[in-house]
Design a protein around this ligand. Structure first.
Ligand SMILES: Nc1ncnc2c1ncn2[C@@H]1O[C@H](COP(=O)(O)OP(=O)(O)OP(=O)(O)O)[C@@H](O)[C@H]1O
Length: 749
C-alpha cells in the first residue's frame, strides 16, 4: 500500500463544487481548490460534498473531452473544519431544510461548533427561527448518516479497500458498520463483499486479533463452507471441513472442534448424518435441500390418475404429426399426465423436446395455466422456438425484486404463482436456492415436470439437483435412450453419445457435421482464428460473429478464451478511425463498437429498453450481445442483446467481456449454429468427460474440434463427475418414505 502510494501523486485541498455523483457506486467528479489552483478530480471516492477537506492520491490524466483531470485512487475526506468551509458545505444544500440563507444564519450563530451541534445537540438548531424540533431531528439524522458513510469510506481506505466496497458494506451493515467491523473484521468474508480470507486476516492482524481466537476459527469454518458452496457443494463431511480449515488457518484440528460444536449449537451451522457420515451445512443450503426434498417427496407420493381419454388424445397428436411416439416417449407422456411430479431425461436426439411438446399440448387442453421455463435467457428462448409456446427464465417467472439490494422474488410462498403445471427445461443447470424459490412459489396442487440431461455440467450455483433426484430414485422418471433416425445422421449427436459411453468420438470429415483437425499450441490458435474468420464462413456461409462460437475448456494458454478473444477481436473487429473503444485498466480488456460481448454476472438492477415493448430490468450471466454504440467520453457502451438494449455506465463495464471465445462453463444452456472447441493445452483439472460433452452438444449444425486426439481421449476417459457433496438424495428418499403421519395427511387432503 505504502509502495503504491509512493508512486501516486498527492493532492490536498477543499471541495469547491461537486460536478457529478453516483450514490450507488461512490463515483464522483468534483472540483478541488488546491491552494488557489482548481483541479478536477474523478474517481470512485465514495461521495464528497462542498467544503470538505480532502487528501486525494492518484494521477493526472488527460481526458479526451474534459482535458486534464486528477484520477483519484484513494481519498481521505474530512468534514469542513473552518467557518468558511462549513458555510460552503451547508450552503450546497447537502442537508435537508438548509439552503444558503439558513446556512449563513446557522454558521453565524454556532461558528466552528456548527457541525458538532448538528450531530450531538440538534435541538439547539431550534434557537433559529423556522427550525422546528422535527426538522432539527431530520437534519441531524441525515448528517449522521452521511458522516457514517464517510467514516466507513475512510476506514476501508486505511486497509486498501475502495470507496465502492465501503458504500456497499455500509448499505448492508448500516450506521454501526465501523464498530461492527472493528469488533469482527471477519464479517468482511460474508455478504455483501465476500472478501478473500487472507485479505481479511491481514486486516484482523492489524487490529491485533490473535490467530487462535474464536472469531477467526469460526470465520474460517464458515469461509470454508461458503467457498465450497461456490464450487457447487451444498455441505461438507465434518472431517473434511475440519481438515481443510485447519490447513488454511494453520491451526491444529483440536482447536477447531470446539468452535465447530459451538457454531452447531448456536445453529450458525447445521449438521445431518447420511449413511453414517456427518455432514456440515450452512443453514440456508440445508433449508434449500430439505424444502426441495419435502416438496418433491410429497408430490411423488401424491396419488393421481391419468385422464380417461389419454390414449385417444395421444393418438390424435400422433395423427396430427404424422409419426407415432416411441414406447419410452409414450411412457413419459402417460407418466406426466398421471403424476404430480416427474423427470424426463436423455441425451441429444433422444426425443425429449418432441415429448415435451406432446405433454404441453395435452396439459394445455386440460389447464389454462401452464408455465414453460428454463434457467437461462438463451435456454428459454430456444425452448420457446422449439415449442412455439412462450417460455421464460425462472427469474422472470418469479419476478425479481432487487429494491433492497439483494435478490428477492415477488412470487413466493405468500404470493403464489397462478400455474397448474410448471415445465422446467435444462434442469441440470438449476441450483438448490433457485429451485427452492420456485417450489415455494408453486401452488400446492401445481405439477412439476423437470426435463434435462444429467450428463451436462452441473449448475454454477450449489447442488446437483438432477443428478441427486436420479440417484434417489423416488421421483417418477423416464430416461429416453434411443437416438431417432434423423438425429442418427448427425455425427454431433452420435459422438455426444459415444462420449457419454466412454468411447472416442469418430473423427469425421468435411462432409460431416463434426470433425477433428489435429493441431497444438500456437498453431492451434492460428487454426481456430482461420476457421472462424475465413474457412468456415467460406465453406458454410456462417457469419463469423453471429453464427460461430469458440468454446474453450479453459481460460488460459494459447487456446484459452482470454488469448483467443484478444486475437479474434483484432481479426474480426479491428480498431478503426471513428470506431469507439474503451479500455479497462484492471483486466486489460477492450470493448469496441461492433464487438460480440457476454454478460459475466447477474445484474438484477440494470435497465433495458425494447422497441415496441415494455422496458425492464436485469441482465444475466451468459447473455450475449453486440456493442452498438460507444460513448468514449462518458465511458459507456450500448449493447443489443436480442430485442433488449442496455446501456452500461463506466462502473458497470466490468460486467461485460468480449465473447468471440467463451468457456464451455459459460455456454451451458446455449446452442450455436457452429462451435469450434479447442482440445489442446487443457489443464488436467479441466480434462474431463462432462466438459467435452457439454461443449460438443452446444453445436447445432457444425462442431469442429481442434487439438490433439490425446487430449480428447483424456477428456473422454476422465469420469470425474465434478463430484459434489449434497444430501439431497438421502433427504428425498426419507421424504418419500411413507410414515403413518404422512399417510394420514395424504388421506385428509
Ligand atoms: N417418435 C418419433 N418418431 C420419429 N422421429 C422422432 C420421434 N421423436 C422425435 N423424433 C425426431 O428425432 C429428432 C430428435 O428429437 P428431439 O429434438 O425431440 O430430441 P431432443 O432429445 O430434444 O434433442 P436435443 O436435446 O438435441 O434437442 C427430431 O428430428 C425429432 O423430430
Amino acid at each position: 500500500m505504502e509502495q503504491q502510494e509512493q508512486q501516486l501523486m498527492k493532492l490536498e485541498g477543499t471541495v469547491e463544487h461537486v460536478i457529478y455523483e453516483n450514490a450507488d457506486s461512490g463515483y464522483a467528479v468534483f472540483e478541488v481548490d488546491a491552494g488557489g489552483t482548481d483541479v478536477v478530480v474523478a474517481g470512485n471516492v465514495g461521495g464528497v460534498d462542498n467544503g470538505m477537506s480532502v487528501t486525494v492520491y492518484g494521477h493526472m490524466v488527460n481526458h479526451p473531452s474534459y482535458g486534464e483531470q486528477f484520477r483519484a485512487e484513494t481519498i481521505e475526506a474530512r468534514l469542513p473544519e473552518d467557518r468558511t468551509a462549513i458555510l460552503s458545505y451547508l450552503s450546497s444544500g447537502v442537508l435537508p431544510y438548509i439552503g444558503p440563507s439558513t446556512a449563513k444564519k446557522i454558521v453565524a450563530k454556532f461558528g466552528d461548533d456548527t457541525l458538532t451541534i448538528i450531530a450531538e445537540t440538534p435541538q439547539r438548531l431550534c434557537e433559529l427561527k423556522g427550525i422546528t424540533e422535527q426538522k432539527a431531528a431530520v437534519i441531524s439524522n441525515e448528517f449522521r448518516r452521511m458522516y457514517g458513510v464517510r467514516e466507513v469510506v475512510a476506514w476501508f481506505a486505511r486497509y486498501g479497500m475502495t470507496a465502492q466496497q465501503a458504500v456497499t458494506c455500509y448499505r448492508a451493515l448500516g450506521p454501526h458498520t465501523v464498530e461492527a467491523l472493528t469488533q469482527n473484521p471477519y464479517l468482511l468474508c460474508g455478504e455483501p463483499l465476500q472478501l478473500k480470507f487472507g485479505q481479511v486476516d491481514t486486516i484482523a492482524a492489524a487490529l491485533q486479533f490473535e490467530t487462535g481466537c474464536r472469531l477467526r476459527v469460526a470465520a474460517g469454518l464458515l469461509y470454508a463452507l461458503r467457498h465450497n458452496a461456490g464450487n457447487g457443494h451444498t455441505c461438507l463431511p465434518r472431517d473434511k471441513l475440519l481438515e481443510s480449515t485447519s490447513k488454511f488457518l494453520r491451526l491444529p484440528l483440536g482447536d477447531l472442534e470446539a468452535a465447530l460444536d459451538e457454531l452447531l449449537s448456536s445453529e450458525e451451522l447445521r449438521t445431518r448424518t447420511f449413511d453414517g457420515v456427518e455432514y456440515i451445512y450452512l443453514p440456508d443450503l440445508l433449508s434449500a435441500e430439505e424444502d426441495i426434498a419435502a416438496r418433491l417427496g410429497q408430490l411423488s407420493t401424491f396419488p393421481t390418475e391419468a385422464p380417461p381419454t389419454l390414449d385417444a388424445d395421444i393418438r390424435v397428436l400422433e395423427m396430427a404429426q404424422g409419426f407415432a411416439y416411441a414406447p419410452l416417449q409414450r411412457q413419459a407422456i402417460r407418466l406426466a399426465l398421471s403424476s404430480r411430479v416427474m423427470v424426463l431425461t436423455g441425451g441429444p436426439g433422444t426425443g425429449k423436446t418432441t415429448t415435451v411438446n406432446a405433454i404441453l399440448s395435452l396439459y394445455e387442453a386440460l389447464y389454462d395455466r401452464v408455465a414453460l421455463c428454463a434457467p437461462t435467457g438463451r435456454a428459454a428462448k430456444r425452448l420457446s422456438e422449439l415449442t412455439n409456446h412462450a417460455a421464460s427464465t425462472i427469474h422472470r417467472l418469479l419476478e425479481v425484486d432487487y429494491s433492497s439490494g439483494s435478490v428477492r422474488f415477488i412470487h413466493n410462498e405468500k404470493n403464489l404463482l397462478k400455474y397448474d403445471v410448471i415445465i422446467l427445461d435444462e434442469m441440470s443447470m438449476v441450483d438448490v436456492k433457485l429451485f427452492q424459490a420456485l417450489l415455494a412459489a408453486a401452488r400446492y396442487h401445481c405439477r412439476i415436470i423437470m426435463v434435462g440431461d444429467a450428463d451436462q455440467l452441473p449448475s454454477v450455483g450449489p447442488g446437483n439437483i438432477l443428478g441427486e433426484i436420479l440417484k434417489a430414485g423416488v421421483v417418477p422418471t423416464v430416461r429416453l435412450t434411443d437416438i431417432f433416425r434423423q438425429a442418427q445422421r448427425s455425427l454431433i449427436v452420435q459422438n455426444a453419445h459415444r462420449i457419454v459411453d466412454g468411447q472416442m468420438p469418430q473423427k469425421g470429415g468435411p462432409k460431416d457435421d463434426f470433425f477433428l483437425i489435429e493441431s497444438n499450441g500456437l498453431a492451434c490458435q492460428k487454426l481456430v482464428c482461420d476457421l472462424v474468420s475465413t474457412r468456415l464462413p467460406k465453406a458454410y456461409g456462417f457469419d463469423p460473429v453471429r453464427d460461430i462460437q469458440v468454446l474453450c475448456p479453459t481460460k488460459v494458454g494459447p487456446t484459452g478464451s482470454v488469448e483467443l478473444n484478444r486475437r479474434l477481436q483484432d481479426i474480426l473487429n479491428p480498431p478503426a478511425k471513428g470506431k469507439g473503444q474503451i479500455g479497462t485498466a484492471e483486466s486489460a480488456k477492450i470493448l469496441r463498437l461492433g464487438d460480440k460481448v457476454m454478460q459475466i454476472k447477474n445484474d438484477y438492477d440494470i435497465t433495458f429498453e425494447r422497441a415496441g415493448a415494455e422496458a425492464g430490468v436485469g441482465a444475466y450471466n451468459g447473455d450475449l450481445g453486440i456493442i452498438t454504440a460507444v460513448d468514449v467520453d462518458a465511458r459507456s457502451v450500448t449493447v443489443q442483446m436480442d430485442d433488449k438494449k442496455y446501456t452500461y455506465t463506466a462502473d458497470q463495464l466490468n460486467e461485460l467481456e468480449p465473447a468471440y471465445a467463451v468457456t464451455v462453463h459459460k455456454s451451458q444452456g446455449s446452442e450455436f449454429p457452429a462451435v469450434i472447441l479447442p482440445v489442446a493445452d487443457v489443464p488436467a483439472r479441466l480434462c474431463y468427460r462432462n466438459l467435452l460433452y457439454t461443449g460438443v452438444t452446444r453445436a447445432r449444425k457444425l462442431c469442429v474440434l481442434t487439438g490433439t486426439a490425446r487430449t480428447e481421449q483424456t477428456m473422454v476417459e476422465n469420469v470425474r463427475q465434478n463430484m459434489r457433496y449434497s444430501g439431497l438424495r438421502y433427504l428425498l428418499k426419507d421424504a418419500a418414505t411413507p410414515t403413518e403421519e404422512k399417510q394420514e395427511q395424504l388421506s385428509a387432503t
